[in-house]
Design a protein around this ligand. Structure first.
Ligand SMILES: *Cc1c(COP(=O)(O)O)cnc(C)c1O
Length: 472
């Protein structure tokens, strides 16, 4: 499989190439040159497979020749998950299911991709040096650090907005003692962190010198690794004979894009619900074709406190019939003016599949409390927003009653214990392996929204990691 950039000016690469490159050199995002497709018979043949095997089969067309040990890597990535089904499905109410994606080491769905992608990096690098930089609104950073700490030749620097991630999220990142890891708290928002990462990539000399790569959801390998669980859920509820609908708590648009990719590959998907918190730019866009940026509002679901969803560009590329000039024109206008509209036909095509949904903090707390009263289910704020989206009457009205609605549960409730306790009266507990998290020492630098300062910190980390290599 070959990959092209959404802006059309970057070299065409294979899977190993896009894995290492992260963002494309022309500022675009890599997408597959063509979409693989699975026939109904091929989908049926996946039913009942162990998750690691299913994941390897679904990802195989994207990976191509680049990763001969793909199935082995999948087995290693998922063997450490706390649930034998890896991505278990549970019924909450009539017609409503939840798929728990948080049984990995850092208790968020990001582990599903990053536990695999970390191993893929090591596989293609074979000891060569690489510096990974990433911006996190909470969960990506912890999952990336957990996936890459102590991997040979790889340094990892993670930027997070100071004070805007939960205490568990912060501690999961900062209590790692590994010398190849740097945490940098930025005085600013998640979007500021993301802009700093983009600016490091745009600094060609720094990029080359550090051999920069990315593991945030602009990296195609992560999207690819998120597609299989949609197949697993749909198969369990009757695909390919029966359609399903998914509701996905959304921030950077990576997870719901993976659901769209599954549909594009042949999985029968009746509707995709883009569930947002009070940062509702995508819901507003789906309601009125007006994507206009507003200030980020901190919420109970911080991993969704995002106004500019970078993965949206991948969908835009498809909606515009893969016209890179049109993508570039719209994205540059969006950057300049803070708003975009897409051609009416493209917007209607998006609305034929996607519905927007938004819930503020009060609504999120009410949903957590309601779920606990009605079914005894304890949901974290992100997951509760997804479940509320799947229950929303006006959205449900557009989905046939025979179609199961599946909400993605993206984080363990103990990751957001204070909010869950306030809303439900029950304090969720961390799994035993994380019980001493609050006692472990933290390691974190603080910087302003300042490219030069951040590049200095990353350079120091890369030098330290290279020194480690020599010492070893
Ligand atoms: C990252 C994250 C999201 C948002 O996912 P995107 O792929 O960025 O849209 C939602 N919930 C949780 C718990 C997350 O960690």
């Amino acid at each position: 499989m070959r990959y092209v950039s959404t802006r059309g000016q970057a070299p065409v690469l294979d899977f190993a190439g896009v894995l290492l490159a992260g963002l494309a050199e022309d500022g675009g995002l890599y997408v597959p040159e063509t979409w693989p497709s699975f026939s109904a018979a091929e989908i049926r043949a996946l039913r009942g497979l162990p998750y690691a095997e299913l994941a390897a089969r679904v990802m195989a067309p994207f990976v191509g020749e680049a990763m001969p040990r793909l199935e082995r890597l999948c087995e290693e990535a998922y063997v450490g998950f706390d649930h034998p089904a890896v991505v278990p499905l549970m019924q909450l109410e009539t017609g409503l299911w939840v798929q728990e994606l948080f049984h990995g080491p850092t208790l968020a769905f990001k582990d599903l991709a990053l536990q695999l992608v970390g191993r893929m990096f090591e596989e293609v690098l074979r000891g060569e040096r690489l510096t990974i930089v990433g911006a996190t609104s909470g969960d990506t950073g912890a999952a990336a650090i957990e996936a890459l700490k102590d991997r040979s030749g790889i340094a990892i620097a993670i930027l997070h907005p100071e004070g805007r991630v939960s205490e568990v999220q912060r501690r999961q990142m900062t209590t790692t003692a590994s010398a190849n890891v740097a945490n940098i708290a930025i005085r600013g928002s998640f979007d500021d962190c993301q802009d700093l990462v983009k600016a490091m990539f745009a600094d060609a000399e720094f990029r080359r010198e550090m051999r920069l790569s990315a593991v945030n959801s602009i990296n195609w390998a992560r999207i690819a690794a998120q597609i299989p669980y949609y197949f697993a859920a749909a198969l369990a509820l009757g695909a390919p004979e029966r359609e399903v609908a998914f509701s996905v708590p959304t921030g950077n648009f990576g997870n719901v894009l993976a659901a769209w990719a599954a549909a594009r590959m042949g999985l029968p998907v009746a509707r995709l619900i883009v569930a947002c918190n009070q940062n509702d730019i995508l819901a507003r866009f789906l309601a009125a074709n007006d994507m206009s940026v507003r200030p980020v509002l901190p919420s109970l679901a911080p991993s969704m406190d995002i106004q500019v969803s970078s993965n949206f560009e991948r969908l835009l590329f498809e909606l515009l019939d893969r016209d890179p000039q049109a993508v570039e024109r719209i994205m540059l206008g969006f950057r300049r003016e803070g708003r975009m509209a897409v051609p009416a036909a493209a917007w209607e095509r998006m609305r034929a599949v996607f519905s927007g949904f938004a819930l503020d903090d009060a609504g999120t707390e009410a949903e957590i409390g309601r779920l606990h009263r009605v079914s005894g289910y304890l949901a974290d704020p992100h997951s509760a927003i997804g479940i509320a989206g799947a229950r929303d009457a006006s959205i449900a009205g557009r989905i046939a009653p025979s179609v199961p609605r599946i909400a993605a549960a993206t984080a363990h409730p103990a990751k957001f214990a204070p909010a869950v306790e306030r809303a439900s009266g029950v304090r969720p507990t961390l799994p035993a392996r994380l019980a001493d998290l609050y006692q472990r020492p933290e390691h974190c630098a603080v910087a302003g929204n300042d490219l030069v300062a951040v590049e200095g910190l990353v350079r120091a980390l890369a030098e330290r990691t290279a020194g480690l290599g020599i010492a070893a």
